[in-house]
Design a binder for this molecule. Sequence first.
Ligand SMILES: Cc1cc2nc3c(=O)[nH]c(=O)nc-3n(C[C@H](O)[C@H](O)[C@H](O)COP(=O)(O)OP(=O)(O)OC[C@H]3O[C@@H](n4cnc5c(N)ncnc54)[C@H](O)[C@@H]3O)c2cc1C
Length: 377
Amino acid sequence: MKKILVVGGGTGGTIVANVLARKLSRKEAEITVVSESPKHIYQPAFIYTALGYNLHERDIVRGEEELLDKNVKLIIDNALRIDVEDRYVVLERTGKLDYDYMVIATGSRIVPEEVPGYQATYHFYGLEEANRLSKALEEFSGGVIAVGIGGIPYKCPPAPAEFCCLLDYYFTRKKIRDKVEIHYLSPLPRTFPHEAVAEAITEMMEKKDIHWHPMFNIESVDPEKRIVYSLEGESLRFDLLVMVPPHRGAKVVEESGLGVDGGWIPVDKHALQYKDYSEVYVIGDATNLPVSKSGAAAHFEAKVVGDRIYADITGKKSKPVYDGRVLCFCDAGFRKAIYMDFNYEKPPRKPRFSYLWYLGKQAVNKLYWSLILKGIV
Ligand SMILES: Cc1cc2nc3c(=O)[nH]c(=O)nc-3n(C[C@H](O)[C@H](O)[C@H](O)COP(=O)(O)OP(=O)(O)OC[C@H]3O[C@@H](n4cnc5c(N)ncnc54)[C@H](O)[C@@H]3O)c2cc1C
């Protein structure tokens, strides 16, 4: 019987464990997920929380235990160290766990404190912070709102542009849109990494009178003067600043010496294996792959890794590979959204805003819990 250890019970970790539990019997494998929290949080819901949507609690948070196949053992504990040489992980309370296969799915963490003056900013990269932003927006009666980025890479590349479009919708519904100036501080020369998508988003922003500033990577904030400065030497005065905080790899990854440049783990872009350790896989935000840090990437990677470990254990010769696939919806407000589906080889085409994709986004929000996390789709 093989011991499979999954470190991290977020999107990627939950899917890979469920895929494996469906394919392998208890006699073939013992599957364990280690996660520091008993709660599983659906992070895309943070944007809606910040904008005051009346979500049901179960649309945002559920117990991890209820999401895992009954053949998966869940340990709620904090992984302190990962030793790939001797194949074990040290947990804070449980002690040492060894493995035959390990999947690292520890995601990313945010470090707003790396930006001087961050105390004057708001963000939607955590539930508490999204609630705090929601209150600030409720009280906002007019002025300049800037939405910028404190460091690359960050989770869900379209999120800040999407948030600007949804702010336009929010203040239109509040009937004070004419009193609010929305500014998008893009860290790139365009509004989105992919040129064809950027074209569509720029057109949408111009239609909505959202001012966008190219090459504005936030360097610091002056809380007294309420001015945000960019690495490129630009500045903007604001009344409310929403800053996507800088991200880094998980602490355990950095402290175990597995991460490079920001704590992201280098992996083979197709096999998703860590260096020459064929029994160690890494998925989701934790990797240094040139794909979006997104639930969609974590989902596709988890399915590939589940199938690879299954093939290994059952002696199958051919193993699937990850082709870099990411798909993504971006809500523009007024019940319109765009959809993108791309991979390492095929960049996205210019998307169209439509009601259909808005419905698609709503469907994903629901299917996340019932089908996606189970690894069924
Ligand atoms: C506002 C917002 C909007 C988003 N919108 C979208 C979207 O529309 N579409 C999309 O595809 N993605 C979106 N994302 C991104 C998506 O949520 C993440 O990319 C995805 O959750 C990554 O999955 P993961 O498994 O790599 O990490 P996570 O889901 O973050 O899971 C990591 C897990 O590891 C655990 N962990 C970390 N360290 C330890 C440790 N030392 N010991 C034990 N456990 C540990 C954590 O507790 C967590 O459970 C959004 C994110 C945000 C914040």
